[in-house]
Design a protein around this ligand. Structure first.
Ligand SMILES: Nc1ncnc2c1ncn2[C@@H]1O[C@H](COP(=O)(O)OP(=O)(O)O)[C@@H](O)[C@H]1O
Ligand SMILES: [Mg+2]
Length: 246
């Protein structure tokens, strides 16, 4: 099983939209995919029509004997399951901090999912916290959406420093998010980003069909597969699959 966290310290940059659409693309590709909604806001769960709230959500991560796998739910898509968000995740930092070896515990919990899944995608909250630190130290790769703006690029630098300081060797996979090619700055900064070999080459366009996921409550490819944004998420997934050697 491979694990991929979608994370950055910026909010509103397309993490959840990417997590949901990429999880759907991976599932469509035949991988048994689990989307883990770690953000107490529960947007990923909402997009997949899964009501948030699970009894014992935090304990299932921090306590040794409770099985995380018991909380996994099916979605309406083949091969795609979800660990829904719970508002109690807002206390996950404190709970992890009170756990003896939080990273080891988290890693064991993730391992416990390996027999039934080929890929876990974690939709993370936009914070620098013990939760994100623990996730980053555990997963195989961190996917980072970057809107082509000077501030986003500065954030990417901070995030990279943070990840390298954690020092457990997760692959860093930045990609361009919400790109609007009518904007000169998006063109210029987008090209500058793509000169960096770490960047995934597929960019996700700014598109109203992605915004409308709040209404359709489905991945874009499930409702409008021929839209450029749907094709872009599929292409981005294929590139990630290759980079992660899945
Ligand atoms: N490619 C895109 N094109 C247009 N709007 C987008 C795109 N990706 C995300 N959005 C919109 O931007 C907002 C934040 O996106 P979201 O995926 O929730 O980001 P995050 O998880 O980083 O906070 C949402 O309203 C979403 O619909
Ligand atoms: Mg989000």
């Amino acid at each position: 099983m491979k694990s991929l966290a979608v994370w950055t310290i910026k909010g509103g940059v397309g993490k959840t939209s990417a997590a949901v659409n990429l999880a759907h693309a991976a599932a469509t590709d035949g991988l048994r995919t689990l989307l883990w909604d770690l953000d107490p806001q529960g947007a990923a769960s909402f997009y997949l029509r899964i009501p948030p709230g699970m009894e014992g959500a935090v304990e299932s991560i921090t306590r040794k004997r409770t099985a995380l796998a018991d909380l996994v739910l099916p979605t309406e898509f083949d091969n795609l399951t979800i660990l829904p968000a719970d508002f109690a995740y807002r206390h996950l930092d404190l709970a992890l901090d009170a756990t003896k070896k939080p990273r080891k515990r988290f890693a064991a919990k993730l391992d416990g999912l390996a027999d039934r899944h080929d890929l876990v995608i974690l939709d993370c909250p936009p914070s620098v916290s013990l939760v994100s630190e623990t996730v980053i130290k555990t997963v195989d790769a961190v996917l980072i959406p970057v809107i082509p703006s000077t501030l986003s690029m500065r954030t990417l630098h901070q995030v990279r420093v943070f990840i390298s300081e954690q020092g457990r060797g997760a692959d860093v996979l930045p990609f361009l998010s919400m790109v609007d090619l009518r904007k000169k700055m998006h063109n210029e900064l987008g090209l500058a980003c793509l000169a960096d070999p770490a960047f995934l080459t597929v960019a996700i366009p700014s598109a109203s069909v992605v915004e409308k996921m709040g209404i359709t409550r489905a991945p874009v490819a499930a409702t409008l597969p021929s839209q450029p944004a749907a094709r872009a998420f599929t292409a981005l997934w294929r590139e990630i699959r290759e980079r992660m050697e899945i």
